[in-house]
Design a protein around this ligand. Structure first.
Ligand code: TRP
Length: 447
């Protein structure tokens, strides 16, 4: 396909914006605090930081190289380089499907909280924990999920360039600002110091347990949108002048910054309100309202925050929707429009499946209540498909392809110095894959 025929993003900044738009989302603001809360706080933060640099950035560069060199969807990209490796592309498509099966649901929660900021959230006087539980049991959850899928659908239909770039440009600076305001506000709450201690003072006796590292690697993949063909697909819209190295560094640092800010907001609030850091998936939805409730104009602040979280999630849902849409359109020759429809319909179906467990339904003797697709989808994507995809990407780029492939992409065919290239190649050949394999095996109990 000629360069003109395929869409591409605008300049340098656009590449960073759209990739960061994909990366920054529920992963940093919802999932990171909840994983850190369940895995020792500061110990988790420390290992997560390491994982972003040692695993995240190299894998992202590998994906960028594959995407930009081929200008194809995830499956097409790997296949065009080497036919058997198309399976790595399918791994990504499968991962994108699984993530679609629950991410929209959580994004829907944020939509509900935005709307409900003006509803009962701050006026009913019920605890936020019980309000969350009530919402969970209500069919509204399904409606918000579908609304979120529709929003994503509409942006994708308008095409990659317009929708995604615009949304990211406004949303990201605004998100930083509100997180900083919240971090300052929370510092003034009683007992905040306990939260800083939990989040910033690592306990080295637990920091390097296999479990913590395993979860942190999964979180690094999840939050940077890696191991699922997402950055391959996005980089296929990059231009040949885009600097891959600086783009990946910027994306990783921006994502880290949001995650750390989210932690600095959540944990002081958790301890101040006497909640549990290991609360799980509901953590931010019961903690954040505690911060807003005593602020003047509580509803307004709360609505602004959840609006921004919704927008941040939207630039992420767009990115895995796009993995599937590009796949259906290019591999199965559907029109873009139909490919978008198929992806959205599949997403609705999977999310409804996930939501079934909330209802007490007996299905051929199997109680749906007892199966949580939510946890299965999350675990399988973050802890299996993404690290596996990342591992194979390293092996493919650094062992299978000739060295020139990576060097050309990193140096933009010799026009950049590419000083990091030797380090990157070393990481992709040895450090990153060995670390992933080690942690996989260790977690399976092999050692
Ligand atoms: N990174 C996004 C977040 O943190 C989620 C996401 C979007 C993603 N696209 C992805 C995760 C592709 C893995 C792969 O919210």
């Amino acid at each position: 396909m000629s360069e003109q025929a395929r869409a591409s993003f605008g300049g340098k900044l656009s590449a960073i914006l759209v990739a960061a738009g994909s990366a920054i989302g529920l992963g940093s603001i919802w999932r990171f605090p909840y994983m850190a809360g369940e895995n020792g706080g500061a110990a988790f933060l420390l290992v997560y930081l390491l994982c972003v640099f040692v695993v995240g950035i190299p894998v992202m560069l590998g994906e960028f190289a594959v995407g930009r060199a081929t200008k194809l969807n995830a499956v097409g990209a790997f296949r065009s380089l080497s036919r058997p490796w198309r399976w790595l592309g399918y791994n990504g498509v499968l991962g994108a499907l699984f993530i679609s099966g629950y991410y929209y649901i959580v994004a829907g929660w944020s939509l509900e909280y935005m709307v409900n900021s003006f509803g009962q959230l701050y006026s009913s006087g019920d605890s936020f924990t019980s309000q969350f539980a009530l919402f969970q049991a209500s069919p509204r959850q399904a409606i918000y999920t579908v609304v979120f899928i529709l929003l994503t659908h509409l942006i994708i239909v308008r095409g990659v360039e317009k929708g995604i770039e615009k949304a990211s440009k406004v949303m990201m600076p605004a998100l930083f600002i509100i997180l900083i305001i919240m971090a300052i506000r929370v510092a003034l709450m009683p007992n905040a110091i306990e939260g800083y201690r939990f989040f910033l003072k690592p306990d080295f006796s637990t920091a390097f347990s296999a479990e913590t590292i395993f979860t942190a690697i999964g979180q690094a993949f999840f939050s940077l949108s890696l191991g699922m063909g997402c950055m391959v697909t996005y980089a296929s819209y990059f231009k040949k002048e885009n600097h891959l190295t600086s783009t990946s560094m910027s994306v990783a640092l921006l994502t880290l910054l949001v995650a750390v800010l989210a932690g600095l907001v959540i944990f002081p609030a958790v301890f101040s309100a006497g909640l549990e850091p290991a609360e799980g998936a509901s953590l931010i939805f019961i903690t954040l309202p505690e911060i807003f409730k005593d602020m003047p104009l509580a509803s307004v602040w709360s609505a602004i925050f959840f609006l921004l979280l919704t927008l941040a999630s939207l630039t992420s849902t767009i990115s895995f929707h796009e993995v599937l849409t590009a796949y259906f359109a290019e591999e199965h020759k559907f029109s873009r429009k139909n490919a978008t429809r198929i992806t959205s319909a599949l997403s609705v179906a999977l999310c409804m499946l996930t939501l079934l467990w909330h209802f007490d339904i007996d299905f051929a003797g199997i109680k749906l209540e007892n199966i949580s697709f939510f946890e299965i989808f999350d675990y399988v994507t973050a802890n299996i498909l993404m690290p596996l995809g990342g591992l194979l990407t390293c092996i493919f780029v650094a062992w299978f392809m000739k060295p020139d492939f990576l060097r050309n992409e990193i140096t933009n065919y010799g026009t950049l110095k590419g000083r990091v290239y030797p380090l990157l190649r070393f990481a992709l050949r040895y450090v990153t894959p060995l670390l992933i394999v080690y942690i996989f095996l260790k977690n399976l109990g092999v050692f």
